[in-house]
Ligand binder design. Structure first.
Ligand code: BGC
Length: 781
């Protein structure tokens, strides 16, 4: 009897379902409003909260769990079968598509191209080139069946120790914004999406899920938001990913000021906003705790449309809030609309037949080229580089010469098919490396790498990075090599990634073993009148001042992607003339950064609160204004040739609504090369204090043959000249005299001119946002 009733009930349920499915509007034909109106609270919550992480980092779905389209994806929106709404796929990340190369029961491989890390890309200062990198990445995204690439990442390098700086671009928001914008345009040209992240001020990994960043509105607007503003307005990314941290007491993912007032009302952004993974949860423990939720109501009310990757508890909480009317109905509908608008334009909706065969060969060429262009020649005494003599041998020292680092770890990693080591690169270019050293190093490094991999595997997802201990060859051996080899190369390497910030000792500063290696090699080689070249295979800034005088040349190669060894060899041999420049300051001493005093926050053990007391004085804005010497200044980078700057022309000396600037650059050296030209402005500072100068535009010449010139042009608008004046809630270009400086770096100013602004210009009136939730002194000039 019992079972009879339940069969009847079951049949009734089936026919009810069939009926509702029949009557329900269907995604393909219905309007977005019809779909939203037809949704139950549970369905709404299902669309607003992602389905979890099937397939994440290669986790194969368990039995009974749905298949994933792309193994290694980071997530996506969930499907609503009753209405025919499809799921779409998001995957990381900034240096290329992060998916799993292998799939279950499938002999094929799905490698993606590992491009140079973000900092290396930005060091090119070449927006056209970055757009072409974006185009290559976008093709991989589309051909592997992904709808949105979770990149670019463009948080400001507030401090050199941030463990994720390698994913980011610069200490300067203009550089960050312009590079991000080119990258987005390239990717989206394939009609796939990007997710600009992490919005905003996600500047440390320590307690990243919950740290409360106390930041003045001016520092937010001029430094931490400005890059996003430039990129979002210029390139319209399909999606924005909110940061984990709190801003003045409110989670970024629940900040109405950030997501509605600024992003949507002021900047006119129309796309989709998603959280970072588990954004709004205060810590790992709480994610794992059954039933625990972020403040889903606050997140949706603030304009954070999609909660990623999504938990069942969040869905239940949101469905309940929708049913009971405790979440703003308009906000819910607006978010649903934005999600549906996004799905509508995705390749998934187009039924795009992805090939799983992107043009990896062509992209290898792209990454080789951009990596070489992002390399920075920091030092080149007696023109030791390019090193063109291939007749003798090169003595190659340093573990990382034998284990070259293509990119960082965490979601910024890529599963590439191969990675060209420095040795392979030199070999491909026709150089001979010293065999005895190679035979000693290779087993040592293989063991060190194995130990490190084992340590990381044992810890699992939460593993930090440790550098390899340097092998220290005997003095006698080094002396013998100084006799037999033509030149020495030492590679110093660093790696970092999510969840951990870098350390001061033995990370920012060199370790004792590294110092010893440099000392031994330089002593022996210099005694023989031979040179020592250092290659920096790093993702972020290290200390250089204490040892740079000991060596003859320093090539900052960054983490240059899978063709790294070839890219280094291209610069080493002179095939490519280096033209990268620093997008951040290399300080003499870590503590010289104004942010060092306020880094990570309090209490020290697990900082809950970080105070950005340095205000807008980040990087060169601080060093130049407060006259602090650096080891290598912002904008610095040398070349195998020389350039002359001339013919600076301004369209007006009385600025009304714009000024056009032109400047001629001539290659005065012996070899072809490109030059990055930087335009700085020193503005009158009566209403508010200002840095002595700020970067307002930049450009890069094409390859100029010796004797050839190019004229670069720039246009400055009132907003470019303006500072944010807090007590007027406005961007104001003050009246007075402006000095326009054309520099080869932030300190190497080649030409100057002046123009006047006759009365204060309000470039933009905005809302009053980001009230500080605590008293905090902010550094002023
Ligand atoms: C990172 C994001 C990434 C996401 C998905 C988070 O831990 O902060 O940058 O896109 O994971 O993998």
């Amino acid at each position: 009897m019992k079972s009879k009733i339940s069969i009847v009930a079951f049949l009734a349920l089936l026919s009810f379902k069939a009926l509702t499915a029949q009557n329900a509007p269907q995604y393909e034909k219905a309007s977005i409003d019809e779909l939203i109106n037809a949704m139950t609270p549970e369905e709404k919550a299902k669309l607003l909260v992602g389905p979890g992480m099937p397939g994440y980092a290669g986790l194969v779905p368990l039995e009974g769990e749905p298949d994933v389209r792309v193994l290694g994806e980071a997530g996506g929106n969930d499907q609503i079968p009753r209405l025919g709404i499809p799921e779409t796929v998001f995957a990381d990340g900034p240096a290329g598509l992060r998916i799993e190369p292998k799939r279950q029961n499938d002999p094929n491989t799905y490698y993606a191209t590992a491009f140079p890390v973000g900092t290396a890309l930005a060091s090119t200062w070449n927006t056209d080139l970055i757009e072409s990198v974006g185009e290559a990445m976008g093709e991989e995204v589309k051909e592997y069946g992904v709808d949105v690439l979770l990149a670019p990442a463009l948080n400001i390098h507030r401090n050199p120790l941030n463990g994720r700086n390698f994913e980011y671009y610069s200490e300067d928001p203009l550089v960050a914004g312009k590079i991000a914008s080119a990258y987005i345009k390239g990717i989206q040209s394939h009609d796939v999406g990007t997710s600009i992240k992490h919005f905003a001020a996600n500047n440390q990994e320590t307690n990243r899920l919950a740290v409360n960043a106390h930041i003045s509105e001016r520092a937010m607007r001029e430094i931490y938001l400005r890059g996003f503003e430039i990129a979002i307005k210029e390139s319209k990314p399909w999606t924005v990913m909110t940061a984990y941290n709190k801003l003045n007491g409110t989670y970024a993912s629940a900040s109405n000021d950030l997501l509605t007032t600024i992003l949507r009302d002021e900047w006119g952004y129309e796309g989709l906003v998603m959280t970072d993974w588990f954004g709004g949860y205060p810590g790992f423990e709480s994610i794992l705790e059954e039933g625990s939720v972020s403040d889903v109501v606050a997140q949706i009310n603030a304009g954070n449309d999609l909660l990623m990757p999504g938990t069942e508890a969040q869905r239940e909480a949101l469905a309940k809030a929708i049913e009971e009317g405790t979440v703003n109905e308009e906000a819910v509908n607006a978010s649903l609309r934005r999600i549906l608008e996004y799905i509508r334009k995705s390749p998934t909706t187009d039924n795009y037949k992805f090939s799983n065969k992107p043009d990896l060969e062509a992209h290898a060429e792209v990454t080789r080229k951009v990596a070489a262009e992002g390399m920075i020649l920091l030092k080149n005494e007696d023109n030791v580089l390019p090193f063109t003599d291939k007749s003798g041998s090169i003595a190659v020292f340093g573990d990382h010469s034998y284990s070259f680092i293509a990119g960082g770890t965490g979601s910024g990693d890529v599963n590439e098919a191969y990675s060209i080591s420095l040795l392979q690169g030199l070999d491909n270019a026709g150089y001979t490396v010293d065999e005895e050293l190679q035979n000693l190093y290779e087993p040592f490094v293989a063991q060190a790498v194995e130990n490190e991999n084992k340590r990381r595997e044992e810890i699992g997802l939460l593993a930090d990075n440790k550098r390899l201990p340097e092998m220290l060859p005997e003095d006698k051996l080094v002396e013998a090599k100084a006799k037999s080899a033509d030149v020495a190369v030492i590679t110093l390497g660093r790696n970092s990634g999510e969840q951990f910030d870098r350390k001061i000792d033995d990370d920012f500063y060199l370790g004792q073993d590294e110092v010893k290696l440099i000392n031994t090699v330089t002593k022996a080689f210099h005694a023989e009148g031979k040179k020592v070249i250092v290659i920096l295979n790093i993702g972020g800034v290290i200390e250089t001042a204490s040892w740079k005088d000991k060596v003859d040349a320093i090539l900052l190669a960054w983490q240059p992607g899978q063709e790294g060894g070839n890219s280094v060899a291209d610069v080493f041999s002179g095939e490519v003339n280096p033209s990268g420049k620093l997008t951040m300051t290399f300080p003499i001493d870590y503590n010289h950064h104004a942010s060092a005093a306020n880094w990570l926050g309090e209490p020290v053990q697990k900082p809950t609160d970080v105070y950005y007391k340095e205000g807008i004085y980040i990087g060169y804005r601080y060093f130049n204004t407060f006259d602090v010497k650096s080891s290598y200044e912002f904008g610095y980078g040398s070349s195998y040739t020389t350039f002359e700057y001339s013919d600076l022309k301004l369209s007006t000396s009385n600025f009304e609504d714009e000024v056009e600037v032109s400047v001629k650059v001539t290659n005065t050296g012996e070899v072809a090369g490109k030059e990055i030209v930087q335009l700085y402005v020193s503005a009158p500072a009566n209403l508010v204090d200002k840095p002595t100068q700020e970067l307002k535009a930049f450009g890069k010449t094409k390859t100029l043959k010796p004797g050839k010139s190019e004229t670069l042009k720039f246009t400055l608008s009132p907003k470019d000249l303006a500072s944010f004046v807090d007590d007027q809630s406005a961007w104001i270009a003050e009246k007075g005299t402006y000095t326009l400086k054309i520099g080869a770096s932030s300190l190497d100013i080649k030409l100057k001119d002046e123009f006047e602004v006759s009365s204060n210009i309000t470039a933009e009136k905005v809302n009053n946002t980001f009230d500080l939730d605590t008293e905090m002194p902010v550094l002023k000039n």
